[in-house]
Design a protein. Structure first.
Length: 170
């Protein structure tokens, strides 16, 4: 009973993809096939998991920049970074720390948050208002958060300037 159960469990756990076999033919050539030929010593090949990419929907083109003096209405009343000291250095010995995004109203789908550090996008966009920065060099940095919809920037927070203090590695 125990052996049969284990065999069934192994069958269920097998991946849905076909098995690939490797063997040497009569001419000494290495051959790969999706089936093991009769009478030949074939070895199963372990393949890494397949990468997959989800299709992305095209984003709407960015609205043209108006030259009028009318105030631009923001999508969010509040969009700012929190958790960064402005009067003293941020001590992060390994350069890793988190920042909070204060946003009101709540982030609306399909919008995402993206950090911009020293004028360049940082990390992956997220819909979580707590974001981690990793291995940031010591010294002064400028950080902002953007609300994006695909490639379009919906809104950006004010830039916060802060200094990272960390142990120097020789």
């Amino acid at each position: 009973m125990g052996r049969t159960f284990l065999y069934l469990l192994l069958l269920i756990a097998l991946p849905a993809s076909a098995q690939i076999y490797k063997y040497t033919d009569a001419g000494g050539n290495t051959v790969y096939s999706d089936h093991a030929p009769d009478g030949v010593q074939a070895q199963p090949v372990e393949l890494p998991p397949l990468n997959s990419v989800e299709p992305q929907t095209p984003s709407a083109p960015a609205a043209p920049i108006s030259d009028s003096r009318e105030p631009v209405r923001s999508a969010y009343e509040i969009l700012e970074l929190g958790g960064l000291p402005t009067e003293e250095a941020l001590r992060a010995n390994n350069g890793t720390f988190t920042v909070n995004v204060l946003i009101k109203p709540r982030l609306q789908a399909p919008h995402q948050l993206r950090l911009v550090m020293d004028g360049e996008p940082y990390g992956q966009p997220s819909n979580v208002p707590i974001m981690q920065l990793v291995n940031v060099d010591r010294g002064e940095h400028r950080l902002a958060v953007q609300v994006i919809d695909g490639a379009s920037i919906i809104q950006q927070s004010p830039v916060v300037t802060f200094t990272v203090q960390r142990v120097h590695k020789p």
